[in-house]
Design a protein around this ligand. Structure first.
Ligand code: SF4
Length: 484
């Protein structure tokens, strides 16, 4: 399948994306998703608690801290979805969550004290796992605790979001979440087809999901987002067409369509998926083309990577105004905000550092018992990292890069500093993914779906790993998913 989705004559540039099957087939490879640069696999255990304290002290001492983003990780789930690659704990024993909350609240208090005076929050995200594994009362208590230690911007100014598994909430609970302070909600749907749901062990009746979307709208959530996945077992063009019709009829503000990456060597639950049930690579590409085509016809704009939004949604508006940002939760409208994350395995980004919490509950509890933030690893960014981070950020969010703005902000001459990268970019230009002139690198509509390939050119760590691998015949890193 090949064709142009969107028309440059009718729509602003950011709305066009062109699906070129031959090009995607030729260039799709394994690569990072760039929710951070350097990517999390570059974090090291030499970075610890004291480095984090230093980063926070540096940021607060400069006195110019922007409002913060806050991420809270709730790792528990009731049952396992076979496609899952998340860091989660599957248990029906609710006392585990109650115990976790005791420690999570202590971590929040430690962070709140550390950031006192620079603790205004304009963005909050609850992820997991399943945040709504917590009971209504537990969530209310946790939100109160957060307000005790952080200074939240008023509802109209802040973006307070939660990931919801529709199987775990009722319409009444959705209203309660709104009263507790959330104003954005994202729902995991994945696919409405009964056979697909059975093949991934996630039975979720359509009527219940639609009731939750309707309740979110009635409760006054500012944005309702739906997550879908293509490439799941038993999926085909017919099931995808039907799911898309139903999702579009439910009218969410944002739709994310993720590529299922079958990596059973990394994610144990995926071993329960019968490989014979997986759609072929051809069918997957056809499904993606179908998704783009149907969403475009329904008026959704391609934001980038896996994300689509209505033209009136904040993400689309921010992209038009050049203030779209990308962080661990995907695209965001809060440019440059430092991110403080609490909970097991959560990743923070303060100043020129990234840090990640320990991944097991035992280690998490042990650190907090010792009154230490549970940081396991991280990285301090050097000037080259910061430069490449901003370039990757601009390309991912705006699909263009002003060479002059980079030269103004950093003491480099772009053409000589990135001489090697420009050779690779010229090859991608030949393939039609981008154009380069003296002032701009501009991603073309057919390059947008392959934006990860373009960003990979600027990834210094990937380049050095590739030259090291040239000696041992491994061609691609197995920990990454395919770029398309
Ligand atoms: S996909 Fe979500 S709900 Fe399912 S097991 Fe993974 S984290 Fe839990």
């Amino acid at each position: 399948m090949e064709g142009t989705v969107g028309s440059a004559a009718l729509l602003p540039v950011t709305q066009t994306v062109e699906f070129d099957t031959a090009l995607i087939r030729k260039l799709s490879q394994l690569g990072p998703r760039y929710t951070s640069y350097p990517t999390a696999d570059r974090f090291n255990a030499e970075f610890g608690y004291r480095d984090y304290l230093q980063a926070v002290t540096g940021a607060t001492a400069r006195g110019n801290m922007h409002p913060l983003s806050l991420y809270i990780h709730i790792p528990f789930c009731e049952s396992i979805c076979y496609y899952c690659g998340c860091n989660k704990i599957v248990t029906k024993d609710r006392s585990k969550a109650a115990n976790y909350l005791v420690y999570l609240k202590r971590e929040i208090e430690m962070q709140g004290k550390l950031l006192a005076g620079a603790n205004r929050i304009e963005q909050l995200h609850f992820g997991g796992g399943t945040p709504t594994y917590l009971s209504d009362a537990q969530m209310g208590d946790l939100m109160q605790h957060l307000r005790r230690w952080f200074n939240f911007a008023p509802d109209a100014e802040g973006e307070y979001s939660i990931e919801v598994d529709p199987r775990t909430v009722t319409p009444e609970r959705v209203h309660s979440l709104r009263r507790q302070g959330f104003n954005r909600i994202s729902l995991g749907v994945q696919d409405f087809d009964a056979d697909v749901q059975e093949a991934v062990n996630r039975i979720q009746p359509e009527s219940e999901t639609v009731a939750i979307i309707d309740a979110a709208r009635a409760a006054g959530f500012r944005s309702v987002s739906v997550d879908l996945i293509y490439g799941l077992p038993k999926q085909n063009l017919h099931t995808m067409e039907q799911t898309l019709q139903k999702v579009i009829a439910a009218d969410p503000d944002r739709i994310a369509i993720y590529n299922y990456a079958h990596m059973p060597h990394l994610f144990k639950p995926q071993r329960r998926i019968a490989e014979a049930d997986l759609p072929s690579a051809e069918t997957k590409l056809d499904m993606l083309a179908l998704c783009i085509s149907r969403l475009n016809e329904a008026g959704y704009i391609y934001i980038g990577m896996d994300h689509f939004a209505k033209p009136t949604d904040d993400l689309a508006v921010a992209q038009r105004q050049g203030r779209l940002h990308r962080n661990f939760q995907g695209y965001s409208t809060h440019v440059g905000a430092d991110l403080v994350s609490c909970g097991v395995s959560a990743i923070s980004a303060i100043g020129a550092t990234y840090s990640q919490n320990v991944k097991t509950l035992d280690e998490y509890y042990e650190h907090i018992e010792q009154n230490e933030l549970p940081i396991a690893r991280g990285i301090k960014l050097n000037m080259d990292d910061l430069l490449r981070r901003i370039i990757i950020q601009m390309l991912m969010c705006n699909f263009e890069l002003s060479i002059a703005s980079i030269e103004l902000a950093y003491p480099i001459t772009f053409n000589s500093y990135f001489a090697t990268e420009l050779v690779k970019l010229r090859e991608l230009e030949q393939s039609g993914l981008l154009t380069i002139d003296e002032e701009w690198i501009t991603v073309t509509p057919k390059g947008r779906l392959l934006i990860r390939n373009i960003c990979m050119v600027f990834d210094r760590y990937l380049a050095s790993a590739q030259s090291a691998r040239a000696d041992d015949s491994t061609t691609q890193p197995l920990r990454y998913s395919k770029t398309i």
